[in-house]
Design a protein around this ligand. Structure first.
Ligand code: HAM
Length: 533
């Protein structure tokens, strides 16, 4: 039996109701804060992630789903297939015949309607040797397959060849054909997005969104990381995220943006009824602070790094901040003693962080300062944060985010300070799982058609009731009443409506309250009103 791939899962009812409930609540909150939805592709160029998230991060170095797209489609192979398409009406058979021992054969030997062709594909230049080879192919082919005697030679070019090449071909009895080639798509490295900030910033640059001033964008969708699956950690998981990005003149750099994002998150979690969250807050400094801090880290790591896990040792040299992501327990005492970024913040950075904290205090959002929090992605500057939730166990980060003031420039765009977050939707839903039953909508009424021919009457009844926004489930005329009532109770319907010939001809139907067992005769015209009361 084929099962879902490790680390992926099916979301089934009633749980999907909880996902929809969460997404609807989140969209409401985003609306109140003037955020608008952006949808970016699920796969992007690999470089987008290596240049933004960073080569040395766990995500890029070991967790990405990356493949070469269009593998094998070299320029030549694309020419061959396009040439075959162009000549499909004349071609009887085509092959790369292996009659040329110990040497490369022609690109193609083709049986055309009017004889055999030996074809070579080139961009636009050839030399004497190419022509000599072709003549040789012709000879060998004629010797091996006498019935293909006197094959013709043809050079197919992707671009108009030079006069010299044309002359060379002509004087050796070789035809020249110039192929109208559709746009060549070289093979490229693509990656399933492991996160969405890079994609949003790419879109910001690509569509020149800076001209809109401050962009407040949100997204909901799947992300992919090849992590070791466990509760709360999947290989396909879902994020609800938001990014605030724009030119500094639009206020994108202001601490007010950071505080608004954090306050929005507190509101959102509260509104969803998630209580026991903790906001962990840090500032990881600006570019200059980071250079000084990296230096200090390298210095502190130098005498001890040999005792660390090989992965951490490499990081200690290439990207010392990433040492904080090392999970090996024996390395923790070393990491614990390393200098902290908080000691290296320059004045503007320190003030920015101070102001974020002041606004948070004034709006009553509680936080804990945590100067070990560096986040697992390289693009962060200044404010960095995570919300953790006690009930989630080992994977307790329900969301994370921060500022990324230099990211747009690193991707070749304009200066565009930004800040954002992503909530792990799987974890959010996990934290709410006790409420799954509560948000799962059950039918208001189950219609039980009684007897042959009653399905069509029941369908009409259902149509009438659904027009009143009543949630209707339909039974089947082959079911006995007992079975219908059992099915209705099992699915949690509030009422069962009995639609037999008698009831329909008199226009008065039997409506049974499944919780109390009470049954009432209700005129058809009043059904909707009674069910909704
Ligand atoms: P992140 O911390 O890598 O940040 O991921 C954000 C959240 O996604 C995590 O806190 C966690 O809840 C969830 N998550 C991550 N990996 C998994 C997984 N394998 N299974 C289930 N949930 C997972 C980012 O992705 C940044 N792009 C956030 C951001 C937006 N920063 C600025 N803007």
């Amino acid at each position: 039996m084929i099962k879902a791939v490790r680390g992926t899962r099916d979301l089934l009812p009633p749980e999907t109701a909880l996902w929809n409930f969460v997404e609807a609540a989140v969209r409401d909150v985003f609306r109140a804060y003037n955020f608008h939805e952006i949808r970016t592709p699920i796969f992007e160029n690999t470089q987008l992630f290596s240049r933004s998230v960073g080569e040395e991060t766990d995500i890029v170095s070991k967790e990405m789903y990356t493949w070469v797209d269009g593998q094998g489609a070299t320029f030549e192979t694309q020419m061959v297939s396009e040439w075959m398409l162009t000549h499909q009406d004349e071609i009887r058979r085509a092959s790369h015949q292996r009659v040329f021992e110990n040497r490369r054969g022609p690109d193609l030997v083709v049986q055309m309607a009017n004889g055999t062709l030996v074809v070579e594909f080139k961009r636009r230049t050839v030399n004497q040797a190419t022509i000599a080879n072709m003549k040789q192919y012709r000879k060998s082919l004629a010797a091996a397959f006498p019935e293909q005697a006197d094959p013709k030679l043809r050079l197919v070019f992707a671009e108009e060849p030079s006069q010299f090449v044309r002359h060379l071909a002509d004087s050796n009895g070789v035809d020249v054909e110039v192929l109208q080639l559709a746009e060549y798509e070289p093979p490229e490295s693509l990656t399933l997005r492991p996160e969405n900030t890079a994609g949003v910033v790419r879109a910001y640059i690509e569509h020149d969104l800076q001209k809109r001033g401050l962009n407040k964008l949100y997204y909901i969708g799947p992300q992919f990381r090849r992590e070791r699956p466990q509760k709360g950690r999947y290989r396909q998981f879902y994020q609800i995220g938001a990014e605030v990005i724009g030119p500094a003149t639009a206020g994108s750099e202001s601490p007010a943006r950071d505080a608004e994002i954090l306050e929005l998150l507190a509101t959102l979690l509260d509104r969803l009824g998630i209580k026991d969250w903790t906001l962990q807050l840090n500032s990881i400094g600006c570019a200059d602070d980071r250079a000084k801090y990296n230096e200090a880290l390298r210095k502190a790591l130098d005498p001890v790094k040999d005792k660390m896990d090989p992965d951490c040792q490499r990081r200690a040299v290439t990207n010392p901040l990433r040492v904080f992501d090392c999970k090996v327990p024996e390395d923790q005492p070393i990491i614990e003693k390393l200098p902290r970024i908080s000691q290296f913040l320059d004045e503007p950075c320190r003030q920015h962080f101070q102001q974020v904290q002041e606004i948070l205090k004034s709006v009553g959002v509680e936080f804990q300062l945590n100067d070990r929090l560096v986040r697992g992605l390289d693009y962060y500057t200044r404010t960095a944060f995570e919300f953790t939730h006690g009930a989630l166990g080992a994977q307790n980060a329900i969301l994370g985010g921060g500022r990324y003031d230099g990211l747009s420039e690193a991707l070749g765009g304009p200066a565009a300070p930004g800040i954002g977050f992503a909530i792990g939707e799987d974890r959010l839903v996990l934290a709410l799982s006790e409420s799954a039953e509560a948000v799962y909508r059950k039918p208001d009424v189950y219609i039980a058609p009684l007897g042959a021919g009653m399905n069509k009457e029941a369908a009409r009844l259902a149509r009438e009731l659904r027009r009143h926004d009543i949630f209707v489930e339909l039974g089947d005329e082959t079911f006995r009443l007992k079975k219908s009532l059992e099915t209705a109770s099992k699915m949690g319907a509030k009422y069962a409506l009995i639609a037999g010939e008698n009831e329909l001809s008199t226009g008065v139907l039997a409506l049974k309250n499944l919780a109390t067992g009470e049954q009432k005769a209700v005129p058809r015209t009043l059904l909707a009103q009674v069910i909704q009361s």
